[in-house]
Design a protein around this ligand. Sequence first.
Ligand code: TRP
Length: 452
Amino acid sequence: MTDIKKSIHGEWSSRFAFILAATGSAVGLGNIWKFPYITGENGGGAFVLIYLLCIAAIGLPIMAAEIMMGRRGKQSPINTMETLSEEAESDNRWRYLGWLGVIAGFLILSYYSVIAGWALSYVLKAFTGSFSGGNALEIKSLFDDMVGSPIQLTFWHSVFMAATMYVVSRGVSSGLEKAVRFLMPTLFVILILLLGYAMTTGFYQQGLSFMFTPDFSQIDSDAVLTAMGHAFFTLSLGMGAIMVYGSYLPKDISIGKTALYIAGADTLVAIMAGIAIFPIVFANGLEPGSGPGLIFQTLPIAFGNMTGGWIFGVLFFVLLVFAALSSSISLIEPAVAWLVENKDIPRIKACIWAGLATWGLGIAVAFSFNIWSGFTIFGKNMFDLLDYMTANLMLPIGGFCIAVFAGWVMKTQNSREELELPDTIYRIWKFLVCYIAPAAVFIVFLHVLGVF
Ligand code: TRP
């Protein structure tokens, strides 16, 4: 491997472009839709604390590892793993880690796109004034009607998948980069506005104390697993998305700081979303643990009752769709990059195949909310099953292997050279990827399996 080698798919134009794209991947439905509802389901403060710990001790070092491995391998995760294991004179079965990632990305996107479709349909609802003056009951029935309709869900899911594949087909710099450039800052501004509204509900304090007063009696092993899995999910780790973005990263950029910015921005958005949502939940006598519909049943109440809420509602859901889009492109990019590299087909064709497969599985997910809701495996419908399998199992397993590879298999000299961290920081990183991150994942798994 030489230093001058570049990815055949192109490169980011600058460090800022990479930070934007990786932040675009990290910040998505995970922060605004998933974080609040799983926090609600798992009792609040203690769950948030475990999640934050996982971000710092597991997520951050693994993110640096993924960027570093991607930049060194310069290809899709499968081929990167092959190249890196050769360089480390190790077993080339490490490439299966790349496969695990490609499959996880595909599975996640199939349900991610359905939820993004909910957000799309809410753009229209906001636009036509459906939230106006709505109380909690009316807003809930709006949500129930949408989720109950297989046709609506399929339609919006199809629109979202088509948009995703369009952006991905445009390639690294003209597609991915342009899409994320102007979205992130605007989303942030709307969140601040929602926070302002939450303060006026009279339940701001209660929302804050729900999120930040830990009550460990609410926590069981599954809650810990969910918090850890979500740390991977929200940072887009464990399946090669950040690795493939890292492969488009030019040589002269500091990985450590970059990882810190991305994780920081991601966490900030999630916490802000939580602080904005829970006061509205309590002010309207809603149930924090009401599941995946939480933001769709709360935020429209805010938009329906604030001055100018119509325009803010439209803006918010448009931005949510864009935040989802800048994440979804990273879910499918590893598969597309691999198809282009190994099947020698044009990017467009790779997008069509990967997109069609994901779209098909997504339809089954859309139906699992209505006509197929009775169909369960292990007591979970298709949506719950895919979410559990990917976020709680595949991503932590992928992350575990990435940590082990970066910490134990790669030669110290190579990871040191690629990361270019100050010596003390490098040692801390190495300690975290060698010991803390793998041990944490392992212990949580043992706990869930009931070993202790
Ligand atoms: N991180 C994104 C979110 O929070 C979702 C996502 C994008 C993702 N790429 C990923 C999750 C890769 C896991 C792996 O919405």
